[in-house]
Design a protein around this ligand. Structure first.
Ligand SMILES: [Zn+2]
Length: 487
């Protein structure tokens, strides 16, 4: 995700003074077959079949699925929207989602739908016989979801409908348990494995569909249009639908689409998407997917990344919007291709996305930002943050915290984005740019389609530089570095 907070770092920073056992190699990806109809009054009726493959090294007696839509319900304990931004997210008044799971079956046999988790955020499905490693099982889930009217990942505005985190997705099994964090309002509280998708989405007539994957078929009905979309080995599936204009171009062999409704310079936005795909493909390793879409939509933050799809808030424009496009495109590598637990190690993909954005301006021409200016802004903002908050109980500058370890969006953003980028800049200065970039290439080559942990990034940098970097990373991650410490 890209925060407007960071883009407007200085203005905010001044204003703030007044404020208080790893899994084995994947053998075969699971597959989701989704059939969903969105009505004109924004109710989703869907069936999802997950042909789940046990890629862990232990037999599984049950499966867990994240129920992110349930976080939008009335009475949810963990609101997806921070409490101080409710009015901004719901400009027409508070609106709630309503999830109703109507049927669950395993290999065609009906089973009880058991909803569990810290905030009714998990569907648990018991298996009659334990699923051995490499074996598969088919779980079918039928549900309806009344969408909330909200500028968020899952919801509608007057112009478009965001369909992200809208279906039950298998929880990752790590270290002897399923990971099923609730929907934290800060960061991107998601964690999933790559899978194949075959999605049939029926929406009101006239709606375009920007989605993860490739539209294989489009069929007009009487007052509907149905898209069949397929994606191979992607970490998630999301779509944005609405009445859009569309422009396309090429980045290497990847088709890049830009869907917009209010952009006064759509060519410039499409160029930012194509340029960033080209620069990052060259720096980190070729993008393996056929299409990548960037879509303007109602969204509380600057933007949000999904595999092969980036949402860009229609509240940003010009240079800021292009900067967000670059950041979200960097996430196609950091989070998309190389996955990570975004609750436990939020900095891992956000620091890389933010620093990649800075590096983009070293390579790309025709932009009103430079690497040195962005780096200087980050350094100044971070030092101002430390100075401002050192006496306010936010003097902890460690980055090695899960999302629930941060006081709020401000602390989270300064640690994971700003300090994260400064950390990577220090690593690059220490080992040299060539070793740094080859370390990133190695990290992608070693961990693509998989889940990385911090040690994978540190190890890739150590191998490429032939230096021990544990201590240097640790000073940043644990908040010990003196120059920037608030202590
Ligand atoms: Zn981000």
């Amino acid at each position: 995700m890209r925060k407007k907070l960071i883009v407007l770092m200085f203005a905010f920073a001044v204003a703030l003074t007044a404020c208080a056992c790893s899994a084995p190699q994947s053998i075969e990806p699971s597959k989701y077959t989704i059939s969903a109809t969105l009505s004109a009054d924004n109710v989703l009726t869907a069936s999802v079949t997950c042909d789940y493959v046990n890629n862990t090294d232990v037999p599984l007696g049950e499966l867990w699925f994240n129920l992110y839509p349930n976080a939008y319900r009335e009475g949810a304990e963990y609101s997806p929207v921070p409490s101080n931004r409710i009015t901004e997210a719901y400009p027409d008044g508070r609106s709630y989602g309503a999830l109703d799971i109507t049927a669950v079956s395993v290999n065609g046999k009906s089973v009880d739908a058991v909803i569990a988790g810290a905030d009714k955020n998990v569907l648990t499905v018991a298996l009659e016989t334990a699923l051995d490693p490499t074996d598969g099982v088919s779980v079918a889930i039928e549900y309806t979801f009344k969408l909330p009217k909200v500028k968020h990942r899952l919801g509608y505005t007057d112009k478009s409908v965001n369909l992200a985190n809208f279906y039950p997705i298998a929880c990752v099994y790590r270290d002897g348990a399923f990971v099923a964090d609730p929907y934290y309002s800060i960061g991107d509280p998601f964690f999933s494995e790559c899978a194949d998708y075959d999605v049939t989405l029926t929406v009101p007539a006239g709606y375009e569909c920007a989605a993860t994957g490739v539209v294989k078929d489009k069929t007009d009905g009487e007052d509907t249009v149905t898209y069949n979309i397929q994606a191979h080995n992607v970490r998630d599936f999301a779509a944005v639908v609405g009445k859009y204009q569309k422009m396309s171009g090429l980045a290497g062999s990847t088709i890049v689409n830009y869907y917009y409704h209010t952009d006064s310079d759509p060519e410039g936005s499409l160029k930012a998407a194509i340029d960033s795909m080209n620069v990052f493909g060259e720096m980190f390793g070729a993008y393996p997917y056929t299409e990548y879409s960037v879509v303007q939509t109602g969204f509380l933050q600057g933007g949000m990344e999904y595999p092969c799809l980036s949402m860009i808030s229609d509240a940003v424009s010009g240079d800021v919007a292009r900067d967000v496009i670059v950041h979200e495109t960097a996430h196609q590598w950091w989070y998309g291709l190389v996955g990570n637990d975004e609750v436990k190690y939020a900095w891992l993909d956000e620091a890389l996305a933010e620093y990649s954005t800075m590096m983009f301006y070293e390579k790309a021409e025709g932009y009103n930002y430079t690497f040195s200016a962005k780096r200087a802004d980050a350094l100044s903002a971070y030092m101002l943050y430390c100075e401002t908050f050192k006496n306010n109980g936010l003097g902890d500058t460690s980055m090695d915290r899960s999302l629930d370890g941060y006081e709020g969006e401000i602390e989270y953003s300064y640690m994971t984005y700003v300090k994260g980028a400064l950390m990577l800049d220090d690593i690059r200065n220490t080992i040299g740019s060539d070793a740094f970039v080859s370390g990133l290439k190695r990290y992608v080559a070693d961990k693509k389609y998989e889940i990385a942990e911090p040690q994978d990034l540190i190890g890739a940098m150590e191998k490429s530089s032939k230096r021990s970097l544990d201590a240097l990373f640790d000073t940043w991650l644990s908040g010990k570095i003196k120059l920037y410490s608030s202590h």
